[in-house]
Design a protein around this ligand. Structure first.
Ligand SMILES: *[C@@H]1O[C@H](CO)[C@@H](O)[C@H](O)[C@H]1NC(C)=O
Ligand SMILES: *[C@@H]1O[C@H](CO)[C@@H](O)[C@H](O)[C@H]1NC(C)=O
Ligand SMILES: *[C@@H]1O[C@H](CO)[C@@H](O)[C@H](O)[C@H]1NC(C)=O
Ligand SMILES: *[C@@H]1O[C@H](CO)[C@@H](O)[C@H](O)[C@H]1NC(C)=O
Ligand SMILES: *[C@@H]1O[C@H](CO)[C@@H](O)[C@H](O)[C@H]1NC(C)=O
Ligand SMILES: *[C@@H]1O[C@H](CO)[C@@H](O)[C@H](O)[C@H]1NC(C)=O
Ligand SMILES: *[C@@H]1O[C@H](CO)[C@@H](O)[C@H](O)[C@H]1NC(C)=O
Length: 312
């Protein structure tokens, strides 16, 4: 790398003043040449921006300026930024190339050209775009039915991404509004499931993330069917309960707890419990109670085992 003497920072105002003297008096250096207007150049973060500028003859005095000062004065690089260089594909070109553009590069850049008779400044506004990226989303949560829930989804991007929420399962409902916060007041069991946050802008495809909401609720017995069986045969009583977390089941014969023993077997899997009698005798006919419980509550239902031939 060739070391180039950089102008002393402290001298910058002085040198800037000298450069300004090259321009016609009264014309501020940052003024736009209104006949040309301001061009916008849109570049994605990380890409290379080329700000075009052309001179009319080789003897023109030229400079590139930034909000913060001079970037190039003629061939002399004043900027300390290694990403910045001149692009001169022909003797009349005086374009500025900025590599790996970042958001702080956004702003106006002025190409100042001083020819014999036509002083001219042209201004370019560099717009830096950033694809949407979700930076923070709520963790999966478990709440009790009736709670107020607030989900958060934060995203970065330029332009500012639009955030939308969607309930993926089971309702598929899309929530209106462009909100970082999704508030669910008095959440119901139907509102449990996956929620999707989508952050979108026009720069690149949307960023999408999910959060799972588990809603706890006390058991309700959804099915408990009485049954009938002949003596000497097998009998089955089935009880089904809806609950989150998964319920625990107990069986009672009148007021006495039943255990898996003496030809009776209890099989509980998930939301369902089976009471099986291997070899039905007269004593097995009667009133049974299925109890389903989780940490939020307990409920029960009565079932009957009837004699196959005549009730009782
Ligand atoms: C440049 O962008 C601004 C807003 O970002 C807009 O108002 C203006 O019209 C644009 N200029 C040109 C020349 O496209
Ligand atoms: C333009 O100015 C900003 C400060 O306002 C600076 O951070 C940036 O590096 C400059 N860009 C170039 C290309 O020199
Ligand atoms: C995400 O947001 C939560 C709540 O606002 C905050 O407590 C947490 O520190 C944030 N995490 C990150 C990585 O920003
Ligand atoms: C939920 O929010 C509503 C309205 O803000 C409030 O009235 C209610 O008390 C809250 N419920 C709980 C369980 O915090
Ligand atoms: C059922 O029990 C009766 C009376 O105890 C017995 O005679 C019969 O063999 C048993 N049946 C089966 C299939 O075990
Ligand atoms: C069956 O048993 C349950 C629980 O012990 C009781 O509440 C119910 O009244 C009984 N039903 C009959 C018809 O005896
Ligand atoms: C079934 O529920 C009733 C009413 O809540 C209660 O009185 C009864 O004790 C319960 N039975 C059992 C076996 O838990």
């Amino acid at each position: 790398m060739v070391a180039r003497a950089q102008p002393d920072r402290k001298q910058l105002p002085l040198v800037l003043l000298r450069l300004l003297c090259l321009l016609p008096t009264g014309l501020p250096v940052r003024s736009v040449d209104f006949t040309r207007g301001t061009d916008n150049i849109t570049v994605r973060q990380g890409d290379t921006a080329i700000l075009r500028c052309y001179v009319e003859d080789k003897s023109s005095k030229v400079a590139w300026l930034n909000r913060s000062g001079i970037i190039f004065a003629g061939e002399d690089k004043w900027s300390l930024d290694p990403r910045v260089e001149l692009e001169k594909r022909n003797p009349l070109e005086y374009s500025l190339r900025i590599q790996k553009v970042d958001v702080y590069d956004e702003g106006s850049y002025t190409c100042s050209v001083q020819t014999q008779h036509h002083p001219k400044t042209s201004q370019v506004y560099l717009i830096v775009q950033v694809p949407p990226k979700i930076s923070n989303i709520s963790s999966d949560i478990t709440v009790n039915e009736g709670s107020n829930v607030t989900l958060v989804c934060m995203a970065n991007g330029r332009p500012e991404p639009v955030i939308t929420w969607r309930h993926l399962t089971p309702t598929g409902r899309e929530f209106e509004g462009e909100e970082e916060y999704l508030e669910i007041l008095g959440i119901t069991r139907e509102q449990s499931g996956k929620y999707e946050c989508k952050a979108a802008n026009e720069v690149a495809s949307a960023d999408v993330k999910q959060v799972r909401v588990t809603v706890n609720y006390p058991p309700t017995i959804t099915e408990s069917k009485s049954n009938e069986a002949a003596t000497g045969r097998q009998a089955l009583l089935r009880c089904e309960a809806s609950a989150v977390p998964t319920p625990d089941f107990e069986w009672y014969r009148d007021d006495t707890r039943i255990n898996s023993a003496n030809g009776l077997e209890i099989k509980s899997t998930g939301t369902q419990s089976l009471l099986m009698v291997a070899n039905v005798t007269e004593e097995h006919y009667g009133n049974y109670t299925c109890v389903a419980a989780n940490k939020l509550g307990v409920t029960n239902a009565s079932l009957y085992l009837y004699s196959k031939y005549g009730r009782g």
